[in-house]
Design a binder for this molecule. Structure first.
Ligand code: 5RP
Length: 215
């Protein structure tokens, strides 16, 4: 699948315009995008990064990483996904960067999602849904998830997010109302972010292939 990821990442460069500050997601597909961005780095102002991992890769290419508070709204955000449905609603957070990813997606006019074909599903939920939680609320949130969804939350042990929080992965969901579930889980005290990008999904999805296709 890495060839498909590379093709998707490179195609996304077509959305970058001169003088832009580019929002940059996290993951192995985004790594290809960052490497391609390096080839046109003199044409952009810089990037806003969604993770320490992406920040490191951007800086290694000499791309300036900027603070979202200083840049204001962005024109473009490019990020991967763990699942994508036909309405361009996503599950994200496999790399535990969901909160910052969600913030940058919200701040951006256009969200271009880059995926390989294995990420496409008819109904979200085969990939366990990541939820970032405040450490002291881990058990409380897990109980609430069982009660509200019937899914099985599993603590991603050993993982601490860039924000110092924990991740629960919720298994056995079939998410027929992603917008409703996102809103519902966001109400639970201790939940920082839900890895459903449904209310604000992607605007464009690039599926890597020869040639890449657009959703
Ligand atoms: C990180 C993410 C990633 O976009 C998602 O996990 C996809 O990763 P990859 O491109 O490595 O398959 O949401 O939190």
């Amino acid at each position: 699948m890495s060839e498909a990821k590379r093709l998707a990442g490179e195609k996304a460069i077509e959305y970058v315009e001169d003088g832009m500050i580019v929002g940059v997601g996290t993951g192995s597909t985004v790594a290809y995008f960052i490497d391609a961005l390096a080839g046109i780095k003199d044409r952009i102002k810089g990037a806003v990064s969604s993770s320490d991992q992406s920040t490191e890769r951007l800086r290694s290419h000499g791309i300036e990483v900027m603070d979202l508070n200083a840049t204001g709204p962005l024109s473009l955000y490019v990020d991967g996904a763990d699942e994508c449905d036909p309405h361009k609603r996503l599950i994200k957070g496999g790399g535990a960067a969901l909160t910052r990813e969600k913030i940058i997606a919200e701040a951006s006019r256009t969200f271009v999602c880059i995926i390989d074909p294995s990420k496409r599903v008819d109904v979200l939920g085969r990939f366990p849904l990541p939820i970032e939680v405040i450490p002291m609320a881990r058990s409380l949130v897990a109980r609430e998830i069982v009660a509200r969804t019937g899914g099985q939350p599993v603590w991603r042990e050993g993982v601490v997010t860039d924000n110092g929080n924990l991740v629960l992965d919720v298994h056995n969901l079939s998410i027929t109302d992603p917008v409703g579930l996102e809103a519902d889980l966001n109400q639970v005290p201790g939940v920082v972010s839900v890895g459903l990008f449904a209310r604000r999904g992607a605007d464009v999805v690039i599926v890597g292939g020869e040639p890449p296709t657009l959703l």
